[in-house]
Design a protein around this ligand. Structure first.
Ligand code: M6R
Length: 617
């Protein structure tokens, strides 16, 4: 949530900062700003709205400067206005600061500063931090300006309750940027005679692939030719490791696609192949998941599994629950990450917890991980972002290897997470009741999934037509049974978040327990009804909707023509093993929501009020 980019070097900073912000726009996009240090003076540009607005303002002024910090915002405190956009200045106008996170005690700090005569120009918690650091700097007796700035940032952060990723510069300390993190990611990019600071490598990968992922409590001091990492917490020492980024600038570009979301939907055959690569053992009819960091003996003793995640990751975990219970017969529970730490979930000595997260930075999921570890549970991550906090803090896990996902609506990471859940079920299953014949059949079926997704993608024109027909519905219901109930939830989430049509997902049988009251001619219902053990039950539920004149769109299996008679529109998926069907049934729903959003003129990749990575509670 929110994106930071900082630059110090030999090039003009503003184009680099603006380009970096554009690549981070998925983290927040309600306002943006940059501050440049030119001839001992800080120049600030801030604009509400998209980065394009900022770009125009900056290019009109054409400011010079080879050091700068910048920010794209997702508002927490204060509306998205020019005044509330970052960077913020201190009282002297010499210290400039950008911030991700939330300062929980900002009001008491603000009151104290106001009493001392400080005047604030925004409603943000960040401006309070800028004033605090600035006033500590002004009152400091440290003579070396660089040390003085570092110490001021350190002291200010010590008084803050909450989370932060910050970048700071001061007009009297030219050639220095100070960054620090607690709960919000920050990465340092190392160049030749230049250094970068960013919330995500995507912002800087065009310039350098050598990076240092900062840990919580790290403080970094950057000059054009040096970096120094120290700890805000005197009881810790900073652990500095230079890593090489394994993706390129092109991986986070749209290419020929109109939107990232569409590109990412089309990437699913490949992202699933990547998730499976090297992880299937045909000889033993099982999965190889070395990253779990557990011996076969330890894995065999697991008697309870808990999954937690948020949003789409939670829906993937729901599919995981069905998979593990069906294939491995291990009692499995899922919990919203945001609720997990407020519950007191009973566990056994051999309970294994998984946290599921694309970004690996979702604060609620991170909190669930920390809570599980606090209680002594072994906690593993199912994560896309290899450098993320969750990846680093978990006891092990499985990377989904889906590549960068930029569209705010998660698509390919859902199917990759489900593919990993299938591998886990296969692994645990083969340690318990699953026969090698059944294991091999699952492997065969899993390997065939990418090609089947390709076949579904070819139906995009038909799905687009269907989407146009229903694009102006006031609401939509999504219904599925068994392992396709989570897909109904996921379909509804996609529809809501990018098209702003109210949608909800339910087990089909729940219809008659209340939801049917909503059914009417202008409220379409989407039934996920593949040809499986509960197909006939779904048919009955479809009939119930038809009887009340509700339009029905069905997703079903090829060759299963029965639904054409009782529904308005049918989308077919290739036949597959029932337990794997979520990997296919979700794809038409992703396309449906995409084309509905397009028909409604919505900003598909950057839906209102959302951000890709949710790093506030
Ligand atoms: O990065 P994470 O997987 O932890 O994110 C979790 C949710 O915020 C995320 O899935 C969100 O619901 C998406 N916008 C759904 O499309």
């Amino acid at each position: 949530m929110c994106g930071i980019v900082g630059y110090i070097g030999k090039r003009q900073a503003s184009p680099l900062l603006l380009d970096g912000l554009r690549r981070l726009e998925y983290r927040g996009y309600d306002s943006a700003g940059i501050a440049l240090l030119t001839d001992g003076k800080i120049n600030v540009f801030r604009k509400a709205g998209r980065i394009e607005n900022l770009r125009k303002a900056v290019s009109e002024a054409n400011p010079l400067g080879d050091i700068g910090i910048s920010h794209t915002r997702w508002a927490t405190h204060g509306a998205p206005t020019d005044e509330n956009a970052h960077p913020h200045l201190d009282q002297s106008g010499k210290l400039s600061l950008v911030h991700n996170g939330v300062i929980e005690n900002y009001q008491s700090l603000k009151d104290a500063l106001k009493a001392a005569g400080h005047v604030f120009h925004s409603e943000t918690d960040t401006e309070v931090l800028a004033h605090l650091a600035g006033t500590i700097y002004d009152e400091s007796d440290v003579s070396d300006p660089k040390q003085r700035l570092v110490a001021s940032v350190q002291k200010a952060l010590a008084r803050v309750k909450g989370t932060f990723g910050v970048a700071v510069m001061h007009a009297d300390v030219p050639g220095v940027i100070v960054g620090a993190r607690l709960g919000s990611p920050l990465v340092v990019g190392l160049g030749k005679d230049e250094q970068f600071l960013a919330s995500d490598v995507a912002a800087i990968v065009a310039h350098t692939r050598d990076v240092i992922y900062l840990n919580d409590y790290d403080l970094v001091t950057l000059t054009r030719n040096s970096y120094e990492v120290s700890s805000l917490d005197t009881t810790r020492t900073a652990n500095v490791q230079v890593s090489r980024v394994d993706f390129t600038e092109e991986d986070s570009e749209k290419g020929a696609f109109e939107h990232f979301m569409l590109k990412e939907i089309y990437e699913q055959p490949q992202s699933i192949r990547n998730a499976l690569r090297g992880r299937l053992n045909r000889d033993e009819a099982t999965a190889i998941l070395g990253g779990l960091n557990m011996s076969s003996m330890e894995l065999r003793q697991i008697d309870r599994i808990i999954f937690s995640g948020c949003g789409t990751a939670y829906h993937a975990a729901m599919v995981g629950e069905y998979l593990i219970e069906a294939l491995a017969r291990i009692p499995t529970e899922i919990e919203f990450a945001s609720e997990f730490r407020y519950r007191n979930v009973p566990t056994t000595k051999s309970t294994l917890q998984f946290v599921v997260s694309q970004s690996g930075e979702t604060i609620d999921t991170l909190a669930a991980l920390r809570e599980a570890k606090r209680k002594g549970l072994r906690c593993l991550g199912i994560v896309n972002n290899v450098a993320s906090t969750i990846a680093r803090e978990s006891d092990g896990g499985v990377y989904i290897h889906a590549g960068p996902e930029i569209g705010v609506a998660a698509t390919k990471t859902f199917t990759s997470q489900v593919a990993i859940m299938t591998l886990l079920s296969l692994l645990f299953g083969r340690m318990h009741h699953l026969s090698s014949t059944d294991g091999l059949e699952l492997i065969d079926e899993l390997e065939a999934i990418p090609e089947k997704i390709e076949a579904i993608l070819k139906q995009a024109p038909l799905i687009k037509e269907i989407a146009q027909k229903y694009a102006h519905a006031e609401g939509m219901l999504f219904m599925g049974r068994q392992i396709n109930f989570p897909v109904a939830m996921e379909g509804a989430l996609k529809m809501k978040e990018i098209s702003y049509i109210y949608a909800s997902g339910h087990p089909s049988a729940e219809l008659k327990h209340g939801i049917i009251a909503l059914v009417k001619p202008d409220l379409p219902s989407v039934f996920i009804a593949p040809d499986d053990a509960v197909f006939d039950k779904n048919v009955s539920n479809i009939e119930e909707v038809r009887a009340r004149k509700g339009p029905v769109i069905a997703v079903t299996t090829e060759g299963c023509h029965e639904l054409e008679r009782i529904t308005d529109d049918v989308i077919y998926i290739p036949r597959c093993k029932s337990i794997l069907s979520p990997l296919l049934t979700v794809v038409p729903l992703q396309l449906l929501s995409y084309y509905v959003a397009l028909a409604r003129g919505c900003d598909v990749d950057k839906p209102r009020n959302l951000a890709k990575s949710v790093t506030v509670e």
